[in-house]
Design a protein around this ligand. Structure first.
Ligand code: ADP
Ligand code: MG
Ligand code: ZN
Length: 477
């Protein structure tokens, strides 16, 4: 029997506001434990939450960017459960009336094919604190700095059909959040978290199978591997005549497996109810319009423009728009030196090659956009050849020096002086009577040998066009 996976993802994105969602405490990551707390986020009795307007603005940005309908009126609800990292005994979230519903994003799947993935809902909520289990101590500790840090949860429709699509969806979602500048998208630090719901069903059937929910997926690789593992596990159960049970499972990266965490019976009943301390949230059309106006160009729009304006291929455009900063780098270069294709080759080749090798992003590039543009200009002006430029680039990355300085210090300037080249050609031809004879006898392949000799003599610095031109002239005379 052939099976088809059905996957829906729940993503928690930590918003980059300066202060928490219901109090004025800082959201700064990495502060000493319990230094960013106050009676409100510590859940003291008698305190009252006050909604941070920036959080709502950021949620609206995401809702607009993912084509959602924004609710004119939404509500905050209490999600009740006990846990040591949750001092109030409930988390303020949204339940029946979330801020946004029914959106979608498009992802690229195999062969540059586009697929639309539905967004069920987006809601705002507060984060919980963090428990620290130190094996050297006989007790656990709790840090409440994260309590009340704003999150949005983005729930997808079960439209995803493979681990690859899940990865593409998450990358797209993260790129949008970063373009909007509302979440740093760091999965390892937990500012972009994902739970995956996975089920399988016989191919060409409509009814959904029973799903499991996978937790502890803190990298793209883990998400993809956990989903693949889970699909196989469920297939085996069904082929053995069993039934999958609805449960929450934990991904164990060290053992490459998922283990049961809690079953349906143990599932929480959160007793959601509208939070009486917070008024219904009313969002005016004017406010939505104001936010729409300041929305930046988003990944899909930028890609379209890069293809149309610069004549880039689909694949090149995809890489260049993968982050706003990389796209900006490319465009700064192009603005200084108008040859998009050439700049694209430099960015896709040496620049990204260097960064990938060192596990860095364009943010840490040792060669600025301006410097790269200068380098490409020097090739264009025939000061250096494209080949020498690669050496100069490596030196720029290593030393941070300007291309002109390196060329001068290392004497890399291209030899474009006709008399020098002509003298060399004559010497080479005199030293290679056999090859000259072959050439004259019609074996034109040896032409490349002569070019090679000139390059060798000049350590690659001869202007290649000029060498070809002059060799032709001398050999034909
Ligand atoms: P819960 O609140 O229990 O997490 P939801 O109905 O909100 O349940 O669904 C959570 C996620 O599970 C959504 O992303 C949804 O698309 C996905 N989902 C629902 N049913 C299935 C299924 N049968 N197989 C795979 N994913 C599913
Ligand atoms: Mg869930
Ligand atoms: Zn506080």
């Amino acid at each position: 029997m052939d099976f088809e996976p059905v996957i829906g993802l729940e993503v928690h994105a930590q918003l980059k506001t300066k202060s928490k969602i219901f109090c004025g405490c800082s959201t700064q990551f990495g502060a000493s434990p319990n230094s960013h707390v106050c009676p409100v986020c510590l859940g003291m009795p008698g305190t009252l939450p006050v909604l941070n307007k920036k959080v709502v603005e950021y949620a609206i940005r995401m809702a607009l960017a993912t084509n959602c309908t924004i609710s004119p009126e939404s509500r905050f609800a209490r999600k009740n459960y006990f846990y040591p990292d949750l001092p109030k005994g409930y988390q303020i979230s949204q339940y029946e009336l979330p801020i946004a519903l029914h959106g979608y994003i498009d992802i690229n799947v195999a062969d540059s094919h586009r697929k639309r993935i539905g967004i069920t809902r987006i809601h705002m909520e507060e984060d919980a604190g963090k428990l620290i289990h130190d094996p050297k101590r006989p007790y656990s500790m709790v840090d409440f700095n994260r309590t009340g840090v704003p999150l949005i949860e983005i729930v997808s429709e079960p439209d995803i059909r493979s681990s690859g699509e899940a990865g593409a969806y998450l990358r797209k979602l993260r790129a949008i959040l970063r373009y909007l500048d509302i979440c740093d998208g760091n999965m390892e630090e937990g500012s972009f978290r994902c739970d995956a719901n996975v089920s399988i069903r016989p191919k060409n059937t409509d009814a959904f199978g029973i799903r499991t929910e996978l937790k502890n997926l803190n990298s793209f690789k883990h998400v993809e591997k956990a989903i693949e593992f889970e699909i196989e596990r469920q297939k085996e159960i069904i082929l053995d005549g069993g039934t999958v049970i609805q449960e929450t499972r934990l991904w164990e990266p060290e053992r490459n497996t998922t283990i049961s965490m809690r079953g349906k019976e143990e599932a929480h009943d959160y007793r959601y109810f509208p939070d009486p301390d917070l008024l219904p949230l009313v969002i005016s059309d004017e406010w939505i319009e104001t936010i729409k106006e300041i929305l930046p160009e988003l990944p899909d729009e930028k890609k379209e423009r890069f293809i149309n304006q610069y004549g880039l291929s689909d694949i090149d455009a995809d890489v260049l728009i993968s982050s706003r900063e990389l796209a900006d780098y490319f465009e700064i270069c192009v603005a200084k030196f108008y040859s998009p294709k050439q700049i694209c080759n430099w960015v896709m080749g040496p620049v990204l090659g260097l960064l990938n090798a060192e596990g860095k992003t364009i943010h840490d590039t040792p060669v600025s956009a301006e410097q790269l543009a200068q380098l490409v200009q020097l090739i264009e002006d025939a000061v250096i050849s494209g080949k020498i430029a690669k050496t100069v680039f490596e030196e720029m990355a290593k030393t941070g020096k300007l291309p002109q300085t390196i060329i001068e210090e290392k004497g890399l300037k291209q030899v474009s002086d006709t008399s020098t080249i002509e003298k060399m050609i004559n010497e080479i031809l005199a030293d290679s009577p056999k090859q000259v004879e072959e050439y004259r006898a019609g074996k034109h392949k040896v032409f490349g040998y002569f070019v090679g000799q000139v390059m060798k003599k000049t350590k690659g610095k001869a202007n290649p066009q000029l060498v070809t031109q002059m060799l032709n002239k001398v050999l034909k005379s």
